[in-house]
Design a protein around this ligand. Structure first.
Ligand code: PLP
Ligand code: COI
Length: 342
């Protein structure tokens, strides 16, 4: 393809690389308008818009891949469409129809085709849908006007360690979400709430924060940008909690684990159980499946060594390979997770 963007695909991190177009649609007078395609990467916003003052902002994250056959594949388009509707309903925003979401994603991916990293590069096209409350008002109530936009950007690994096991930390003085709060939705404010602990982790040389349940601090919740899973006795174990984001990657890995003949347990996971697990990883669209080397519980001083030999475990490796294989089209998409573009 001579129209490929001039990018060093193999050295991409997880940052913002400008692309050619983004797509937008506005909700006004009780209805969604037409899709607008633009080259501008800025927006015009009223200073009293609800997204700026009262946090009416939600987003998504999904990926498109280029296969060996040259075809473009989008992973779990429908699930992301459904989840951003739940996020919208959660904080009283207008949910975007699933079909419109799909049309916008497909359009923006095709328009920026030259930014889809080549097969074999390890990189992918990250798709970032965002919805904003736009009505100018100072009263604390939902907006009546919304802007939904989607941009894309090519990305490499989210964690600099890539698939090398990394250390993560528990800071008991911080929560990212309340027990029955917004943790189950992809609301921008959750990420603001995670920044301070995230900064501590970075300074301490940790790849991420592992949050405990905010009610009792007894159970594992999730990481700042990803869910958590562990493996023991041929079982995939993952936390069930009202304050975590239902990860679409985790949902997919649970199915892959079943396909591999593992048992799956989604249940409260006491933090002490970390002492007994054979493998653990963070999972998410950006993180994929990032193996965990060790978990340090900073305030209690307990250190859980997960990977005894410093290598990714065999089950995590197989889960990762199967997930990537389906995303890239190397393995059969038996569960219909992939939208192949023509
Ligand atoms: N948990 C949080 C807090 C996240 O931000 C993400 C990223 O989207 C995930 C989990 C993983 O979710 P998914 O696998 O749907 O990307
Ligand atoms: C994702 O995995 O898509 C995320 O949103 C995680 C992070 C970049 C916020």
């Amino acid at each position: 393809m001579d129209n490929t963007a001039n990018i060093d695909w193999t050295s991409l991190g997880f940052g913002y690389v400008p692309t050619d177009y983004n797509v937008r649609v506005s909700y006004k007078d009780g209805k969604w308008g037409e899709i607008e395609v633009t080259k501008s990467d800025s927006i015009n916003i009223h200073m009293a818009a609800t997204c700026l003052h009262y946090g009416q902002e939600i987003f998504e994250g999904l990926k498109a891949f280029r296969g060996k056959d040259g075809k473009i594949r989008i992973f779990r388009l429908e699930e992301n469409a459904k989840r951003i509707r739940r996020s919208a309903e959660g904080i009283m925003m207008e949910p975007l129809p699933v079909e419109l979401f799909k049309e916008m994603v497909i359009k923006v991916v095709k328009l920026n085709e030259r930014f889809i990293p080549p097969y074999g590069s390890g990189a992918s096209l990250y798709i970032r849908p965002i919805e904003l409350g736009m009505t100018a008002q100072v009263g604390v109530k939902p907006a009546t006007e919304y802007l939904f936009m989607i941009f894309v950007t090519p990305v490499g690994a989210y964690f600099k360690e890539g698939f090398r096991p990394a250390k993560i930390a528990i800071y008991r003085g911080y929560d990212r979400a309340a027990p029955l709060g917004t943790g189950r939705w992809k609301v921008g404010g959750n990420y603001a709430a995670s920044l301070a602990a995230g900064q501590k982790a970075k300074e301490g040389g940790y790849a991420a924060v592992l949050y405990l349940d905010p009610k009792e601090k007894k159970y594992i919740d999730e990481c700042g940008p990803a869910n958590f899973f562990a493996v023991r006795d041929n079982t995939y174990i993952t936390p069930k909690s009202d304050s975590i984001l239902p990860s679409i990657t985790n949902m997919s890995l649970q199915q892959i684990a079943l396909d591999m003949g593992l048992k799956v347990e989604a249940r409260p996971v006491p933090v002490e159980e970390l002492a007994t697990v054979e493998e653990a990883a963070e999972c998410g669209t950006a993180a994929v499946a990032a193996p965990i080397l060790q978990v340090d519980d900073i305030d209690t001083g307990v250190k859980y060594v997960i990977s005894k030999n410093g290598e990714p475990g065999p089950v995590t490796t197989e889960l990762y390979n199967r997930l990537r294989g389906i995303q890239l089209g190397d393995l059969e998409d038996t569960h219909n997770w992939v939208t192949v573009l023509d």
